[in-house]
Design a protein around this ligand. Sequence first.
Ligand code: GLA
Length: 740
Amino acid sequence: MIHFNPETQTFNLILQRSYYAMQVDAAGRLIHLGWGARPRHANPDDRISGQTSHRHYETKASFETQRLPLEIVPFGDVVTFQETLKVNFPSLPRDTAVGESLHLPIRDLRLRYARHDIADDAQPGLSPTHGLPVKNNSPRQTLRIHLQDPVQPFAVILCYRLTPEHDIIERWCELENNGLEPVQIEVCHFATLHLPAGTNELTAVTGSWAQEFMARRQRLHQGSFVLESRTLQTGHHANPIFMLNRPEQAGEESGSVYFGQLAYSGSWRLVFEQLPQGDVRVHGGYNPFDFELKLAPGERHITPALVQGFSDSGWGGASRQMHAFARERVLPHSPAGPRFRPVLYNSWEATYFDLNYENQVALARRAAALGVELFCVDDGWFGERRSDRAGLGDWVVSEALFPQGLEQLVQEVHRLGMKFGLWVEPEMVNPDSDLYRQHPDWVLHFPGRERTEARHQLILDYGRTEVVEHIFTVLDNLVERYAISFFKWDMNRNVTEPGSVAGKAIWYKHVAGVYSVMDRLRQKHPGLDIQSCSGGGGRVDLGMLGRADQVWVSDNTDAFDRLHIQEGFSLAYPARCMEAWVTHEHNHITRRAIPLSTRFAVAMRGVLGIGSSLHELAEAELAEYATYLRFYKQIRPIIQEGDLYRLQRLEEFGGSAIEYMLPDGREAVYSLVVEKYQVDSFHPVIPLKGLMPAAMYTVSDHHGLELYRLSGYELMTLGIPKETQWYPGFCQTWHIKAAI
Ligand code: GLA
């Protein structure tokens, strides 16, 4: 609910369990009043009146004025601390410029309240345009507060879209140049968040290729701490998600936690700033590195969203809110499509670049026999792509590999009852390709400089509309011709020479181009699903989840490493989009040998996929795979749509125990995987959550064997009866179901 008190000029945003309040002060500035828990038992009309909160500060130069918690901090009103927005005006408007023409351009923006309205259909920038519904399409209210510069013809509309059931507010800005000359925006965060003083324990994820999403908890100190991406995509080194709480005041299931995420897949930045008095601010948006946004006269720019939320039930509660938000409000949800994400087979680790019709058909037959539902042919099916040195960009089926055309394989995959998917990397080109030979100017580069290759490839210039158009046409034709249900959309290098016909705007235009191709494809082919992959987990964010059904989290499929990667991923993203494969016994990256049971236990925590060389497996092992797949299909509604509880985190003992639970408490999945264990050492009691105390539950394993029959009360106090023997790799994946 959005409420405005005209007397005190106070805004109250009331969500299910949290509030957000701000007020226009005597000078017309929009001041943040507070954000946090609503007192328990508060009535819907209990509000902050704003009677006592008018503050008055004399001079702009005073430290008090400089650290006023302005809802948006313009460089101009504030210079001493980090700004939300910095704008360069080329001159003073003619009627005000009386004898004042020096010191141009003017790097000074002041924003004063003009008016506000409430909209039912407002959308942040780069929202999906594919038209596919999400699970919950009910309208949401957006408060739009219009702020105007008193001198310059420049306006900013601050937008707050409320999702009260998840205590989430999406924030974005609409920037309007109402003048006669272009303006240049130098710094543009989508929003600034103000947190209570001392909220300085930060949980975030950092990492690199093959070890994405490493969760870190650290204390902020006075000054700024920056997380960012300077690549064209979301990046491997950090992901735009965070949680903040007062140190020692939050735990996995308790305490106040503030959280946020950026819905943007390009170069982003999050600045965590602690002021001298302990106030904490978070600024999130476009990375100002090599940034420039020009607004022509009359032009307006709508930024993507910074999503913010508040949880009163610890980090676990914050994660569940973000998961529910992504599942219900972000991920595409076609009513015509399957209700749950299908079990996928991907041929990459089985055949790499040695693929051909025969080996793919053989894999497909084996996969279908196991119960796989979607068969995806990975890299190497096109052009001269027999290695990573050539062919990228030539999206034409190789006749040498598929003499009868790809149709023959597609038909067989369909006959076997599976959907057909294909790997593509539509932003790239090998110099050794027909595309590059025809259009050497279609790549990002700076004239006169070397075009640095990575994995022997260059990046297409999505600043050129003809490139974006070409890619759309090529992919559209593939979908039409081969009845493709699934693209694994990859992106395998970082940018080194970001030279584009679009100039510095390429950072934004690349993202907008990728989104537009995905949106148009989905619009035209509602049955097409997309998986986002970028050398593993390099492009995972809420912007991408608006058009990708699932994401590849890491190229590292080692089950033990994956436990850590998946735990970090789970801080913000739901299992429904977390693709996880069972691969070979000896992992292709770490070379570690891990038992099949452990590999399945870890992969079944998300959207199960298989990437093993099925042709090398004995019948007995294939039968084990089939048993797991049957079991997974039984429990996937709980995994893909249930609430996640991290019962024991990896940092607490040498393993991880999680539970997925359907909200009605009737069914749950318990998953324990031990990574390190010293004989006879600490062996935690792991009580379950969310069950009905009085109900009796059966606890069954993947064979469907009933192991225990226990009350909800017992499962939520003593937990699952303990095994005496633990060892690295020990695992339990159990289906817990209320006995009727
Ligand atoms: C990337 C992906 C892999 C695979 C290869 C193919 O590394 O992350 O899963 O698709 O490309 O070249």
